[in-house]
Design a protein around this ligand. Structure first.
Ligand code: GDP
Ligand code: IMO
Ligand code: MG
Length: 433
């Protein structure tokens, strides 16, 4: 059986949760490999909506759900999420939820620093989710982070907490003008989390290695999107992890030879939450219409998402960065009210067409999109379950995306529900076993 990676191609919220939930049926294990509870992945099954922030979106399909070493984990949120799922009758026992012992912990000072820094920045803020993601990855990179494996050793944890907190409290109070945090309070809370989560802590690389040796299919669930990647995104308006497919390996503890396919989730238009340049943004009635029809509000922070046309410069960049083997187009139904629909086929920068997505934000913010206009289909397609049930204009839109990108569209989503999907070529079909 195959191992497949799912990533977002734009700036997040492409509908990864829905696609992962759908494809999980054919996987044994679903793994998150980066990010944290900045993610908000929505699944709708039998009319019931679930939003997961940390637990992989395979949980509704009763698959083993693993949180990789590349994820930063807020244990309070994880426990809340597990409680919420179990109250809905979903099994979240230690057999199904595994946490890498090498995953780093988001601590209360990470959240406090994230929020206080953003407040200080005023107009120059990134627009983070305020979940402590950046400060936690900073500590990981500067080698003073606390991982689950350290949390499980009480004496070591207390020592590391004391050392970290001395510095963080100095920074929080003297530089950011905030309040100092209590060591005893953090210690007691986190030791409680340690006890609660202990049965789930796993040597995940070894666990996945054994699964691969036994040909058990694995689905890797990306969070955020390619253009929020710390290296390849619109830096500094990005998140603090590598969101591209290569990190499915380092963020979970397997090698690249074990990946058989990479599916890029593409919203049929583009959205972005938070700050940063967005060449195809629509600041007019059409943008508002898409925002309303698509219910484009952040699943994590509830913020309105900025909306714009589909951008194939962005997509082409994502195809190269992730080695995409197929596309899953989502939210095609949202465009059903428009008379005509535009696709961005290039960027105009000071009178010349750019070949590649620019690295400089200054250049990107001066780019204007070169648009191609296609006729709309002016109908409700949310009931379509096969390509043959789509209007010709919708088919032409899909085919145009394939032509412009050179990558096959394998899935088309026409509504939030698991069943509102047209599977053209199943990503798990025909892969090596
Ligand atoms: P993710 O972060 O990539 O998992 O995406 P989000 O869950 O943050 O945002 C996607 C939103 O679109 C959610 O509310 C989904 O329920 C919804 N959604 C997903 N696919 C479709 C679709 O094909 N049509 C419509 N109308 N909604 C969809
Ligand atoms: P999913 O997985 C959309 C954005 C934030 C902000 C920037 C940095 O649901 O697609 P952070 O808190 O990560 O330091 O914020 O990244 N961001 C997302 N935008 N979807 C997400 O996740 C996001 N996770 C982070 O809005 O601009
Ligand atoms: Mg989301």
């Amino acid at each position: 059986m195959a191992n497949i990676v799912i990533v977002g191609t734009q700036w997040g919220d492409e509908g990864k949760g829905k696609i992962v939930d759908l494809l999980s049926e054919h996987a044994d294990i679903v793994v998150r490999f980066q990010g944290g509870n900045n993610a908000g992945h929505t699944m709708v099954v039998n009319g019931q909506q679930f939003i997961s922030h940390l637990v992989p979106s395979g949980i509704l399909q009763k698959k083993i759900c693993a949180i990789g070493n590349g994820v930063v984990v807020d244990p309070e949120i994880l426990i809340e999420e597990m409680t919420y799922l179990s109250e809905k009758g979903i099994d979240v026992g230690a057999e199904l939820i595994k946490i890498s012992d090498k995953a780093h912990l988001i601590m209360p000072y990470h959240k406090a620093i994230d929020i206080a820094r953003e407040n200080r920045k005023g107009d120059r803020k990134i627009g983070t989710t305020g979940r402590g993601i950046g400060p936690c990855y900073e500590d990981k990179a500067s080698r003073r982070g606390i991982r689950f494996v350290e949390l499980m050793d009480q004496a070591l944890f207390e020592e590391m907490l004391a050392e970290n907190l001395e510095e963080k409290n100095f920074y929080l109070t003297k530089f950011l003008g905030g309040e100092a945090l209590s060591r005893a309070e953090i210690r007691d809370r986190y030791l409680g989390y340690a006890e609660r989560l202990a049965p789930h802590i796993t040597h995940l690389s070894a666990f996945l290695g054994a699964a691969i040796a036994n040909n058990r299919p694995i689905l890797f669930e990306g969070a955020q999107g390619t253009h929020l990647d710390i290296d390849h995104g619109t830096y500094p308006f990005v998140t603090s992890s590598n969101t591209v497919s290569a990190n499915a390996c380092s963020g979970s503890g397997i090698g690249p030879k074990n990946i058989d396919g990479v599916i890029g989730v593409v919203k049929a238009y583009t959205t972005r939450v938070g700050h940063g340049p967005f060449p195809c943004e629509l600041l007019d009635e059409t943008g508002e219409c898409i925002q309303k029809k698509g219910a484009e509000f952040g699943a994590t922070t509830g913020r309105k998402r900025r909306c714009g046309w589909l951008d194939t410069v962005l997509l082409t960049n994502a195809i190269r960065l992730n080695s995409l083997t197929g596309l899953a187009i989502t939210k095609l139904d949202v465009l059903g009210e428009l008379d005509s629909i535009c696709i961005c086929t290039g960027y105009d920068y000071r009178g010349r067409q750019l070949k590649d997505f620019p690295s400089s934000l200054k250049v990107l913010s001066e780019c204007s999109p070169i648009l191609e206009t296609l006729p709309g289909w002016k109908s409700d397609i949310s009931g379509a379950r096969a390509l043959s049930e789509l209007p010709v204009q919708a088919l032409a839109y899909i085919h145009r995306i394939e032509t412009l990108t050179g990558v096959p569209v394998q899935i088309v989503s026409v509504g939030p529900g698991r069943d509102q999907t047209i599977v053209i070529d199943h990503p798990f079909a025909g892969k090596p076993s």
